[in-house]
Design a protein around this ligand. Structure first.
Ligand code: FE
Length: 342
């Protein structure tokens, strides 16, 4: 799929859902367990409440803690919806039994098939591209795909997050899916050989390290870079013009996409409201917030991108099936351990 800033009018049910459900669910509530930690999500929630009368009770926490809490609460869990980031966590939630399959024509039609769970236990609502960033002054021939990052010519130049981070895990799992386990193992080993420093820090830290000169090449999710373009991120925004970016593997599988999504809790006391909330997240209105508010890519096709996100340019996204990628997570963990990727 290609991301463009072209607006396409979509007349599916999701776009008009907010008005249509107001009467049916008035005075209801939905208990949302969320590990999304973005202030701009406020608007997502308040607009839903304004349109439907359904109050959102939000409990925030780290994804694994929320999943553990839902397991501990069992049949008495008040959770209606779990929202989280990354395919690995969505899969962990499913495997932990805290989600349930739902039937929703709206979600079925609006969310691309490769961005929803095969059993309809989770759906992706926004994406971020995992992009290669580099210091334009120091790198004349930047790697054009993930595998090339492991080339010996980049020895001592590459920075990345630790293997305990879910972005790292899902990226390696996708390399396994696209190139096979043997190539993925060689790649991970080459990455470790090329590291400028021990894996550490968050995505913004990988970008800052390009400015500070600790590394020449790094990988980060697109929204951290877009945020630094749009707002003032210390140690990054001031000299951001020094950083170039590559959407990887444009001649091959395309850029790896990190997914944020959610599903209905296994024991949801307000199941219908939960489904209505997820359907709302797929509406044009909500989809635009993901881009305008948090610099993400909408998963629903045809929804316009914010000005900042559109600046990153058009690219080809890897549309590999994320349920299949998730099956490679145990193999990815073994490889990380074997090659000593901290
Ligand atoms: Fe993030």
């Amino acid at each position: 799929m290609a991301f463009t800033s072209t607006f396409t009018s979509l007349a599916l049910a999701g776009a008009t859902l907010a008005a249509g459900t107001a009467a049916a669910f008035a005075d209801g509530e939905v208990n949302l367990y969320s590990s999304r930690h973005y202030d701009t999500d406020e608007r997502l929630y308040s607009d839903f409440t304004d349109a439907t009368g359904i109050t959102i009770n939000r409990i925030e926490g780290k994804a694994d803690e929320l999943i553990a809490r839902m397991q501990a609460e069992g049949a008495n869990s008040p959770a209606d919806v779990l929202l989280t980031v990354d395919t690995s966590r969505l899969t962990r939630a499913k495997d932990s039994g805290v989600l349930q399959s739902i039937d929703s024509d709206v979600l079925e039609q609006r969310i691309p098939a490769n961005l929803q769970d095969d059993d309809n236990q989770w759906f992706g609502f926004s994406q971020r591209a995992r992009i290669i960033f580099y210091d334009k002054a120091d790198v004349q021939d930047p790697p054009m795909d993930y595998l090339s990052l492991a080339d010996p010519e980049y020895k001592g130049m590459v920075c990345h997050r630790s293997s305990s981070n879910t972005y790292s895990q899902t990226l390696l799992a996708s390399v396994i899916e696209n190139h096979g386990e043997e190539a993925a193992r060689a790649w991970a080993q080459g990455m470790v050989d090329n590291f400028a420093r021990d894996p550490q820090g968050g995505d913004t830290d990988q970008l800052r390290a390009l400015i500070s000169g600790e590394c020449e090449i790094s990988i980060a999710n697109s929204y951290y870079f877009a945020r630094a373009l749009r707002t003032d991120v210390t140690g990054l925004s001031e000299e951001i013009d020094r950083i170039g970016w590559i959407f990887p593997a444009q001649e091959a599988e395309g850029a790896h996409m990190n997914l944020s999504g959610g599903g209905v809790a296994a024991n949801a006391p307000n199941r219908e409201n939960a489904v209505a909330f997820l359907e709302y997240l797929s509406s044009d209105q909500a989809q635009q917030y993901f881009s305008n508010g948090n610099d993400e890519f909408p998963t629903v096709e045809g929804v316009p991108l914010s000005e900042t996100v559109a600046k990153l340019g058009e690219f080809k996204a890897d549309d590999v099936n994320l349920s299949s990628v998730a099956e490679n997570l145990p193999a990815a963990q073994r490889i990380f351990n074997d090659v000593g990727w901290k």
